[in-house]
Design a protein around this ligand. Sequence first.
Ligand code: SAH
Ligand code: SF4
Ligand code: F3S
Length: 482
Amino acid sequence: MYTKINLDKTDINSEPPTGEPARQQYFMERLKRVVEEKSQEYGRPLTACVQTFGCQMNAKDSEKLLGILLQAGFTASEDEASDFVLYNTCTVRDNANQRVYGRLGYLNSLKQKNPRMTIALCGCMMQEPSVVEKIRKSYRFVDLVFGTHNIFRLAELLYRCYTEKGMVVDIWEKTDQIVEELPARRKYPFKSGVNIMYGCNNFCSYCIVPYVRGRERSREPEEILTEIRTLVADGVVEVMLLGQNVNSYGKTLAEPMTFAELLRQVAKIDGLERIRFMTSHPKDLSDELIEVMRDCPKICRHLHLPLQSGSSRILKKMNRVYDKEQYLALAGKIQREIPDMSLTTDIIVGFPGETEEDFEETLDVVRQVRYDSAFTFIYSKRTGTPAAAMEDQVPEEVVKPRFDRLLKEVQRISSEVCGKDVGKTMTALVEGVDTHDGRLVTGRLSNNIMVHFPGDVSDIGRLIPVLLMESKGFYYMGRKLP
Ligand code: SAH
Ligand code: SF4
Ligand code: F3S
C-alpha cells in the first residue's frame, strides 16, 4: 500500500521553497528527474532497498523513507544488491550496533562489484557522534548519513548525494518540528502503525533512546484522527498507536489531553476494528486508561507493560519511578478489571549492582504476574547514559546464568498461560499464508497470540472467527467456523 502525494503544483525550475513539506516535495520532483536519467542510462528501473533494525518506531520511519523513494521513481526491492540501500539503524543495545557494522562489510563487497551503488545510513545509531566519526574514518564507501530528526529530508539529501562529491552527512541534534504530508509505503494493506508522539523524557538510567530520539513531542489529536480515518478509508482495520511512553501522551499539547481520551476518540472511528498501542510505562498508567481498555471492545486484549527489574532497589537506580509493590498492584488491578488481558513485558538482567537477591525479586514478579511472554535482555552499557558510569558493573559470567534461568522460567510460564484458551472461539486478523505450510493461514488474536488454520490468500486482511483446537506453546492451531 502506497500513499502517493500529488506534486503537480511543484515548480522545480524555481528556487527550493524554505518551508516544509513544500521543500521536500520540490526535492522529490528533482530527485525523480535524476532517477529517470539514471534508469535510462542503465536501461532498467532503479531499485531501492530499505532495511530496518530496532523497534516499531523505526519500522514506521522506514515506511515513510520507502514512500519518499517510490515517489521519486525507485522500485522497491528486498535485495541488498540494489542501486540504493538504506539501513535504518538501532542503538538500544550494543549487539544492534554490531549487526549493522557486520552487514556494512557485506554491503562493501556488493559495492565493489557494482560501484554505481549508493549506500546510506540513518536512524538512532547515527545520532551518536562517535558512530558518525567511525563511519567517516573506516567506512568511507558509505555515501549518505543522517539521523532520526531529519528523516523527512531523504529526498533532498539523496539529491545532494547524486549531485555532489563525497559523503553527505546531515545530523540534527534535536528538533521540535513534526513534518507530515509526505508519502508512505505501508508494509501491510490491512494494518498500520500510527505515531502519536515522538521522543522520550523519562531518562531511564540505562537507556539511550532519549538521547537519540530527543524530547517528547505529542502530535495534535486531530492530525492523528485524520491519519487514521484516511488509513481506514484505504482498507486498514487495525492500528498500533506508537510512542515510547504512550501513557504520557498529550501532556505537553497546548490543549492537554490524556491518552485514555485519545483512545476513546480513536475508537469512535467507523470501520476501524482493532486498536493496539506500544509502549506503556507503568508509572503513568491511569485508572482512566484501565476503564477505557475494559469498556472498549475495539481495544485489543494485550498490554505490554515493561517491568525491567523486580527489585525496588534496582528500579530506583534505573530511574523507573515505581517499585516492585506498585508494579504488582498495577498488574493485579489490570488482571482483576480485565481478566482476559494478556500481559507481556521487557526485563533487563545484569543492571549494575544487581545481586542474586535482586534477581530473585525479578523471578518473583515473573511468577506472580505470569506473563504471556517477555522480552529478556542482558544489560548493555550505553556510553553517555548514567548507568554506564556506575561502578558495580556485573561480570558476564554472573549475568549469563541468570539470563538463562530467567528465560527458562518465562518460557515455562508462557507455555502454560498461552494454552488456556483451547476450545474457545476467538477472532483472528489474518496476516498472511503460513510460511511453512501453504494450505494454512496465520492470524493474530486480539491478545496478540498467533493462530494457524486452513485457509487461503483470500482470507488475508479479514477478521475471522476461529476455533482454537490445540496449543503449541506460543501459538494455536485452529479451524475457521462456518
Ligand atoms: N520505551 C519503552 C522501551 C524502549 S527500548 C519502554 O520504556 O518500555 C525497549 C527495551 O529495550 C526496554 O524496555 C528495555 O528492556 C531494553 N533496553 C533499553 N536499554 C537497554 C540497555 N542499555 N541494555 C539492555 N536492554 C535495554
Ligand atoms: Fe528508554 Fe525509559 Fe524512555 Fe523507554 S521510557 S525509551 S526505557 S528512557
Ligand atoms: Fe532502537 Fe531507536 Fe527504537 S535505539 S529501540 S530503533 S527508538
